[in-house]
Design a protein around this ligand. Structure first.
Ligand code: NAI
Length: 303
């Protein structure tokens, strides 16, 4: 088994001033990566900001013998994203790795979910990944190499009460990865989705205290680093990581039924259990492959 080593690689970690991003940036640097530590230094809900958070992590990396530069832009706007990538190229000449990690939280039940709280969360998580990844992807394509991580969440993939904005943004990142993995394939750009679970300021009043203590960010980072590595040849996977558990989530599609002729709503009702069955369900890496499989669906005659 080869050692995972990032010597010669340049990584951008967004939201690296705290929590998961900080630990990921530090571990990437320990294994030789040159790191752009991006963080606008705001509060958990995205308000406020300052340079101290990113500066401190850069200092910690340098004190440990690594290389890093800070960046204080918000991921949520196009100019900010471009400047984050420019920071990497100006300081280190290229971008090999992007860990889209920056995040905020503004939980409310749906009827109390005012537009500003919806928009702010979608902006940081989903638009933020677009704003940073797009200019980075251009550089990766030129270099014929890239590793991109979208930090999603079980809140999107499974659902979590009170987080419609966050769940929508996080599932949006999975959709972004599903498509970008196809567009990146021929340039050796792998795009994977991380679903972490860790005790950070984001989860301090959400996780039970015992879980908060136990679920150290350090348990997530090994998965992030593997997904960032040259050794990782997979693309488009959703990987859960937290508290020592690692697993894969997926969207599976059942075989279903195909009607001979035009079905009625009653036909749907009658065959509902076959339509919704996940027996022998399969994963499809693209719409094209799913469409091919659809042609094999057994045809049932309407009674
Ligand atoms: P955290 O609050 O400790 O760290 C998030 C960092 O992102 C903060 O330092 C913050 O200043 C920065 N940030 C926020 N908005 C930004 C912006 N517009 N531009 C640049 N930086 C910005 O939270 P944590 O837990 O480390 O979260 C990291 C990522 O993991 C987030 O995307 C979060 O949604 C995701 N996540 C975390 C889970 C957990 O259990 N901690 C569970 C599932 C997902």
């Amino acid at each position: 088994m080869s050692k995972i080593d990032f010597t010669g690689r340049v990584a951008i970690v967004t939201g690296a001033g705290a929590g998961l991003g900080r630990n990921c940036a530090m571990e990437l640097a320990k294994r030789g990566a040159k790191v752009v530590v991006n963080d606008l230094g705001g509060a958990r809900d995205g308000t406020g900001g300052g340079s101290a958070a990113a500066d401190l992590v850069v200092k910690e990396i340098k004190d440990a013998g690594g290389e890093a530069v800070p960046n204080y832009d918000s991921v949520a706007d196009v100019a900010g994203g471009e400047n984050i990538v420019k920071t990497a190229i100006d300081a280190f000449g290229k971008v090999d790795i992007v860990v889209n990690n920056a995040g905020i939280l503004r939980d409310k039940t749906f009827l109390k979910m005012e537009p500003e709280n919806w928009d702010a969360v979608i902006a940081v998580h989903l638009r933020g990944a677009y704003c940073v990844t797009r200019p980075a992807f251009a550089n990766m394509r030129e270099n014929g190499y890239g590793r991109i991580i979208m930090t999603s969440s079980s809140s999107g993939v499974f659902g979590n009460f009170g987080q419609t904005n966050y769940g929508a943004a996080k599932m949006g990142l999975a959709g972004l990865a599903n498509v970008l993995k196809l567009e990146g394939a021929k340039y050796n750009i792998k795009v994977n989705v991380l679903l972490p679970g860790a005790g950070t300021r984001m989860t301090e009043d959400i996780m039970p205290p015992e879980a908060f203590e136990r679920m150290k960010v350090e348990y997530v980072t090994p998965a992030t680093l593997y997904l960032c590595s040259e050794q990782c040849q997979d693309s488009g996977l959703y990987i859960n990581a937290g508290g020592g558990n690692f697993s894969r989530s997926n969207i599976m599609t059942g075989l279903g039924v195909k009607f001979e002729g035009m079905p009625t709503p009653e036909d749907i009702q009658k065959h509902w259990s076959a339509i919704t069955s996940l027996e022998n369900a399969k994963y499809f890496p693209s719409t094209a492959e799913w469409s091919m499989e659809n042609q094999k669906t057994p045809v049932i005659k309407k009674s």
